[in-house]
Write a protein that binds this ligand. Structure first.
Ligand code: EPU
Length: 338
């Protein structure tokens, strides 16, 4: 276990925001986390767990002890009659896991291709795209309790998964470090193609029964076309959650603005497309300082070069205000603001 001091976090957050960590420890195993938890000084310090840094907005230097999760490894741990169970270290890149499982012939994660971040961060916000959410492919995970240093295993029912939400953003926030995640990849494999843009690909190409690699390629192409690559333009994916409202509220809004893009949910509520509303308020391509709204997808805020976390938050507040003014809806930020 290596303790570093005065570390720049700019390379460790995909928005490329400037911030310093007073102390940073890289953890590569459960044993490392246990050692930190039981360490006479480090054990008492406030801690912040850093994964791929793809879903955080850093607005200041971090006085906390930053734990950078670097647990590696990807392997098949079990073959069940109806699923492959694959385990990955929390520090592995998400995209590397998606590619690895496909190459090994264990498909099921292809709709979640190209989501930035690490394996350990995937259950925290229950990542989702193109009709699949992490919870649909989740088996269990291992974590270490930061107060006691003891290990724990959590199953789906312990994780309180919701839309971009889980127990790790709520009751367990900051209290444990996820070290390994196990995925349940159903067999036989069946493609998930219900999402409009995938349907469009199917119609365009005339490929009616795509294989998993084909779906992976389509998802990568769709994402490349409208989402910025964080290696080139700093960003944290969708900046706001799509708000969920009651059918009455939705009727009220569509009564005034019939074009609002919305999707009925299984429980009778309605999800509104935040990107559409932000776009309709004229924000695409606008900036505050070096923080901007991406030209091709208004739900994504970007770093135009040297943005600070404060600029990003000023821009976010201005967007929230104008969406509230026009639609009466309060948008909620999706990334964790630190
Ligand atoms: N739209 C606009 N203008 C915009 C952006 C969107 O008119 O600037 C419209 C689109 O035309 C579409 C609707 O709004 O009719 C919804 O847009 P899209 O299909 O692009 O999906 P999204 O709701 O913006 C969500 C996820 C993404 C995920 C995609 C695909 C959230 C917060 N975001 O975006 O997740 O990739 O669906 O499933 O749920 C992420 O979380 O970081 C992320 C990228």
């Amino acid at each position: 276990m290596q303790i570093e001091t005065g570390v720049s976090l700019k390379p460790y957050n995909t928005f490329s925001l400037p911030a310093m960590a007073r102390t940073l420890v890289r953890v590569t195993s459960d044993g490392d986390v246990r050692q930190v938890a039981r360490h006479p000084q480090l054990g008492r310090a406030d801690k912040f767990v850093l994964g791929g840094g793809s879903n955080i907005i850093l607005t200041r230097d971090m006085p906390q002890l930053v734990l950078k999760v670097e647990v590696r490894g990807m392997r098949l741990v079990e073959v069940r009659h109806d699923a492959w169970i694959v385990e990955a270290g929390a520090g592995e890149s998400w995209q590397a896991l998606v590619a690895f499982t496909l190459a090994q012939g264990w498909p099921g994660l292809e709709n979640l291709a190209l989501i930035p971040g690490t394996v350990g961060a995937s259950p925290v916000q229950n990542i989702g795209a193109y009709g699949v959410e992490l919870q649909d492919r989740f088996d269990s995970l291992d974590a270490v309790d930061l107060a006691t240093g003891s290990g724990l295993t959590l199953h789906a029912s312990d994780c309180a998964f919701g839309y971009r939400d889980s127990v790790f953003k709520q009751a367990l926030a900051g209290r444990c470090v996820i070290t390994r995640v196990r995925f349940r990849l159903p067999r036989p494999w069946q493609p998930v193609l219900g999402y409009l843009e995938l349907e469009r690909k199917r119609a365009e190409t005339g490929i009616d029964a795509p294989g998993a690699q084909q779906v992976f390629d389509w998802v990568c192409a769709i994402r490349h076309a409208k989402l910025p690559d964080p290696a080139v333009i700093g960003n944290a994916g969708s900046f706001f959650k799509n708000p969920v409202v009651s059918i009455e509220q939705c009727r009220d809004i569509t009564g005034r603005d019939p074009e609002v893009v919305h999707y009925p949910m299984p429980d009778g509520s309605v999800k509104l497309a935040a990107g559409w509303m932000i776009d309709a308020c004229g924000w695409k391509g606008k900036s505050v300082g070096q923080a901007g709204v991406y030209e091709k997808q208004a739900l994504v805020l970007v770093n135009r070069g040297h943005a600070t976390g404060s600029e990003v938050m000023l821009l976010a507040a201005a967007i929230q205000e104008s969406v509230y003014g026009r639609f009466g809806i309060r948008l909620e930020a999706e990334p964790v603001v630190v």
